[in-house]
Design a protein around this ligand. Structure first.
Ligand SMILES: Cc1cc2nc3c(=O)[nH]c(=O)nc-3n(C[C@H](O)[C@H](O)[C@H](O)COP(=O)(O)OP(=O)(O)OC[C@H]3O[C@@H](n4cnc5c(N)ncnc54)[C@H](O)[C@@H]3O)c2cc1C
Length: 460
C-alpha cells in the first residue's frame, strides 16, 4: 500500500533538479532546520535519503563533490552475491546480497543480468569445490541450477576449464543519481558541491557548516541528527565532531584498467584467480570496452585516486595469462576506488564486506555499504534513525526508484539530475568515461556547448 501511494504521488509530480534549483535551494538554506542532515551523496547516503523522504522525514543531503563522485562511481559495477564471500563462509551476507541482486534485476532497468565464466584453476580452485560452491550460490540466489563444466574455451593451461553462472551489472554512479533524483522527487533537498566543514552540538541538535565549492559561500544549517555517510572520509567528519577516530575503519585501494573490447572478443564476463597471488579478478565487458580488476591494498589516503604503475602492471600481468595478446597499448583508461571497510585483520581481502553503523552523540556513521546491498543497509539504518528520532518509519519494500529518464540523456542530466560540469556528465550521468573507447573525449566540446546553452553562463 505504502509503495502504491508513493508511486502515484511521484508519478504526478513534475521535477526539475538542476543548476537553477540548486541556486534556489542555496538561497534559502541558511538557518534551515532538518530532521536529518546526510553528509555524503554516495550509494549509502542516497539510498537512506530516498527511504527517509518516502516517510516524510525532512532531510538535507549534501556532497562535497558531485553525487557518486567518491567510491560509488569507481567500483567494479557488479550487483552480486560475492562468490568470494561465500568461500570465506559468509553465508548470511551472500544470501542477503543475492536477494537484493534479484530485486534490483527485476525492478531497476539499469541493473542487468550478466553471465560469468569462472575459470577452474588447477592449483587452487578444485573443480569439485567450485561445483559445490556454485550450486550453493545458485540455491541461495533462489534457483536450483547445476553448474555446467566446459573445457577449452580459454587458452591458459593452468586452468582446466570453466563453469558459467549468472550475476548482474549496473552503472553504479547512475544508480546513485537515480536514488538522489527519487529523493528530490519526494520532496528532499539535495545539493552537490557543498562540503560539510564543521559539525557541533547545540541545545536543539547539531549545527553543520557547509561550504559551496564553486563560490566558497558559507552556510549554516541545523538538524536533529547528522548522518555521516562519507565513505572513505568518515573519519574526517567523525573527527571534526568528536575529536576522535573510528579505529576499525580500514581503507583499501581497488584499481581497474579499461581496455578495448575488440582485443578480447568476450561473450561473457570472466572470473579467475591471478597466478601472481591467487586474488580473484574480474574481466567485465561493458559497452565498447572491458573493465579488468581489481587490486586490494591498504591505504591511509582517501583522496589518492591515481592508478599506480605497480597496480596497472599487476592487473595486466594477471590478465595476460588468459589473454596473452593483451598489451599496455590496449589500455584506454583506468580508475581507482577506495573501499571504506569496517573490520580488523592484516589481509585486506579478508576484512568483512558487511556494513557497520556507529552512533556517537547526534552523529550516526555508516561504513561499508556495498552498491548491491544499499537498500538493505538503508532499511537497517532507518530503523536506527527512527528509534533516535522517536518516529515509526515504514521501511518494508523501500527504498524504491521513482525516477525515470525521458528523452535525451544529456538533457535529463542537466534538467533532472543536477549535472553541473562536463565531468559530471561524462563520468556520472552518461558513463562515457567508463564505457567508451575514447572515454567521451570526442563529446567534450558538444557537452560543454549544451551546458553553456542551458546555464547561459561559463562552464565550470
Ligand atoms: C574497486 C572497488 C570495486 C567494488 N566493486 C563493487 C561491486 O562490484 N559491487 C558492489 O556492490 N560494491 C562494490 N564495491 C564497494 C562499493 O563501491 C562501496 O562500498 C560503496 O560505493 C561505498 O559507498 P559510500 O556511499 O559509503 O561511499 P562513497 O561512494 O565514497 O560516498 C561518500 C561521499 O561522501 C562525500 N563526502 C566526503 N566528505 C564530505 C564532506 N565533508 N562533505 C560532503 N560530502 C562529503 C564524497 O564526495 C563521496 O561522494 C567496490 C569498491 C571498490 C573500491
Amino acid at each position: 500500500m505504502i509503495e502504491w501511494i508513493i508511486t502515484m504521488e511521484a508519478l504526478f509530480c513534475p521535477m526539475e533538479f538542476s543548476y537553477f534549483t540548486r541556486k534556489r535551494d542555496l538561497e534559502k538554506l541558511n538557518g534551515s532546520f532538518f530532521d536529518v542532515v546526510i553528509v555524503g551523496g554516495g550509494i549509502a547516503g542516497a539510498g537512506i535519503a530516498s527511504l527517509l523522504s518516502s516517510n516524510k522525514v525532512k532531510v538535507l543531503l549534501v556532497d562535497k563533490g558531485d553525487f557518486a563522485s567518491g567510491t560509488s562511481s569507481n567500483s567494479s559495477k557488479l550487483i552480486h552475491g560475492g562468490l568470494r564471500y561465500l568461500a570465506q563462509g559468509h553465508l548470511l551476507l551472500t544470501r542477503e546480497l543475492l536477494k537484493e541482486r534479484n530485486y534490483l534485476v527485476r525492478n531497476v532497468d539499469i541493473v542487468q543480468p550478466m553471465k560469468f565464466d569462472i575459470l577452474i584453476d588447477v592449483d587452487s580452485w578444485g573443480k569439485k569445490t567450485l561445483y559445490m560452491g556454485l550450486l550453493l550460490y545458485n540455491i541461495l540466489g533462489g534457483k536450483f541450477r547445476l553448474p555446467n563444466f566446459i573445457k577449452g574455451k580459454y587458452s591458459y593451461d593452468g586452468y582446466s576449464g570453466h563453469f558459467t553462472y549468472e550475476d548482474a551489472a549496473t552503472d553504479d554512479a547512475l544508480l546513485v543519481v537515480y536514488n538522489v533524483a527519487t529523493f528530490v522527487k519526494l520532496g528532499g533537498t539535495a545539493i552537490n558541491y557543498l562540503e560539510a566543514t564543521r559539525i557541533k552540538d547545540t541545545e536543539k541538535g547539531v549545527e553543520i557548516t557547509l561550504k559551496d565549492k564553486f563560490d566558497m559561500g558559507e552556510y549554516s544549517v541545523s538538524g536533529k541528527i547528522v548522518l555521516n555517510a562519507t565513505g572513505p572520509w568518515v573519519n574526517e567528519i567523525y573527527g571534526s565532531y568528536t575529536s576522535e577516530r573510528i579505529n576499525n575503519l580500514q581503507l583499501t585501494r581497488g584499481a581497474h584498467i579499461i581496455v578495448r573490447k575488440d582485443k578480447l572478443s568476450l561473450d561473457n564476463a570472466v572470473v579467475f584467480r591471478s597466478h601472481l597471488d591467487g586474488r580473484q579478478m574480474f574481466v567485465i565487458p561493458r559497452g565498447e570496452v572491458v573493465l579488468i580488476g581489481t587490486t586490494d591494498d591498504f591505504t591511509e589516503r582517501p583522496d589518492s585516486l591515481t592508478v599506480k604503475n605497480e597496480e596497472r602492471e599487476y592487473i595486466l600481468n594477471s590478465a595476460r595469462k588468459i589473454f596473452p595478446s593483451l598489451t599496455s597499448e590496449d589500455v584506454v583508461g583506468e580508475y581507482v576506488g577506495i573501499r571504506p571497510l569496517y573490520g580488523k585483520g592484516s589481509d585486506p581481502g579478508r576484512v568483512t564486506r558487511d556494513f557497520y553503523v556507529d552512533v556517537t552523540g547526534r552523529m550516526v556513521t555508516v561504513m561499508g555499504v556495498k552498491i548491491t546491498n544499499y537498500r538493505n543497509a538503508a532499511r537497517k539504518i532507518a530503523r536506527r534513525l527512527g528509534r533516535i528520532l522517536n518516529v515509526d518509519l515504514k521501511v518494508d519494500g523501500l527504498p524504491l526508484i521513482l525516477y525515470k529518464r525521458e528523452g535525451d540523456e544529456i538533457d535529463s542530466a542537466l534538467r533532472n539530475e543536477c549535472a553541473l560540469t562536463v565531468d559530471d556528465v561524462l563520468k556520472r550521468r552518461v558513463g562515457h568515461f567508463y564505457f567508451k573507447t575514447d572515454q567521451g573525449r570526442s563529446t567534450v566540446e558538444g557537452i560543454k556547448k549544451r551546458i553553456e546553452d542551458y546555464f547561459k553562463t561559463d562552464v565550470k
